[in-house]
Ligand binder design. Sequence first.
Ligand code: AGP
Length: 611
Amino acid sequence: MCGIVGILGARPVAGTLLETLKRLEYRGYDSAGVATLENGQITRRRAAGKLKNLEACLAAEPLFGHLGIGHTRWATHGRPTAINAHPHQNGKVAVVHNGIIENFKTLRDELRAKGHTFASDTDTEVVAHLVDAAMSDGLAPAEAVAATLPRLKGAFALAFLFEGEDDLMIGAREGAPLVVGFGAGDKTGEFYLGSDALALAPLTDALAYLEEGDYVVLTRHGAKFYDTESRPVARKRVKTPASAFLIDRGNYRHFMDKEIHEQPEVIGRVLAHYLDLSAGTVALPFELPVDPARLPRLTIAACGTAYMAGLIASYWFERIAKLPVEIEVASEFRYREAPMQKGGLMLLISQSGETADTLASLRYAKQQGQKILSVVNVATSTMARESDVAALTLAGPEIGVASTKAFTCQLALLACLALAFGRARGTIDAKEEARLVAELMAVPGLMAEVLHREPKIELLARDLGKARDVLYLGRGTSYPLALEGALKLKEISYIHAEGYAAGELKHGPIALVDSDLPVIVLAPRDRVFEKTLSNVQEVAARNGRIILISDSAGANDLGGEAEIIAMPDMAPEFSAIVYALPVQMIAYHTAVFMGKDADQPRNLAKSVTVE
Ligand code: AGP
């Protein structure tokens, strides 16, 4: 999604704006731009494509202003051209925007009727026109912004510059994140705006988050916050833990590669946080917002990979805690008008904590009298702040657009939650808890072992890279993992892939099977193992090309019929966390073999803050 940055400084800011935008690249974008204010005049540089194109523009025609805004754009309205790139300017106003102005057509028609002409196809440009028109009517810049915001429907984070105002930058938010940074030391008196703490990490760790509907007026003398009614409000200054070095790629070729390899370590960190390793029990460091023993059912909503994590967890909550689970993709859940019994628990899962549909589901559930438990990676995110309890996945910043370590950290944490619910509901006794905890504690070591399978997977990926379609099959928790495998392959290699419950094969997809179709089967030795193998035989009987991810039992049974990615033998309950690794490595190496950008796949955004 679009990234925003603004700097109100004491020296030329264009270079720092560009560096900061590089830290927002992970969000996904297809054009970029900056504007600075010099001698009272706004000057812009914009370019389609990657930041190196903008860098070239700035090298050819530098900007020298001490005050500026920058933007990486993920196209929603209008193609990713330089003309549609932000900042947009009209008259005295330049603006950058993350989100969607849903009523932009109505506003644009109204403005056109008054004689306004538009340079771009974007929804954003209407904002510059509205604010400029309000200023032409005699309002001061902050008043003009305040008068414009209530007219905008949709989601937005905005940052503004104004011609003739070299000590003024304004930010606003409604439905998309925006943070103010405070300069310190030799940067005292500098102020920043950013889409997230990560972008501002090299500049400052002192931040204040805008609440929904807030706008902030920044001058070199300070930051003044206002709420939706334009009443001055105080917004707490916090220290962010995100630091500059955390998003270094190190010796890895891609962030995704690095994040795949970090998993044994980060999963260990999650387990150490949510388990008492010496006692061999679950030990949540927070109180649950409901009594699990009295809970009739659990509702889960999430998007994309986080939804797959929720699906896997639904098996655990049902089996371990005997708790009925309803799970839905958040984009559907938010509009279903599902009646919810008061006092129930809603579980939201999100890496970013900003996904628009998941956030809307959270707010819907709140209105329905639900307690909110969120599983999020970004501690300062909107979802974390709006939840009764935010359980952190502790994965560290995830920069690759394709979620890897955040997914397995979600799984590890959800497994701990399922155990905690099971214990509280009396569905597992101390012995069973200790057994399951021991299974979980074995996971980081098993993951480290699986990373050694990489050379084999790399070879396999050369073959998969030539396929047109790929089928993933699994049963039990391996079924959602099959969905995740297909999603991962699609999003970074652009190969069409489908995940299916192995038992569904004969109800349709088996018609696709021929010697050209790779069928990747996830078959840990669990209680449906034999059933999965029968489905594999059905594929083999039709000359299907089987790639079996399984342990020694699978290898023994199907050694002749399938290509095997040999997994270590393990207890079955939490195998999905370990089997996630080959699934991720297959997608990564296939994409790399095909010459695709694994970290920033086309069309995708890391943090999806629009519907
Ligand atoms: C994961 O590989 C995807 N890029 C995507 O499906 C992601 O999981 C989804 O957009 C949800 O994001 P969130 O976890 O930040 O809410």
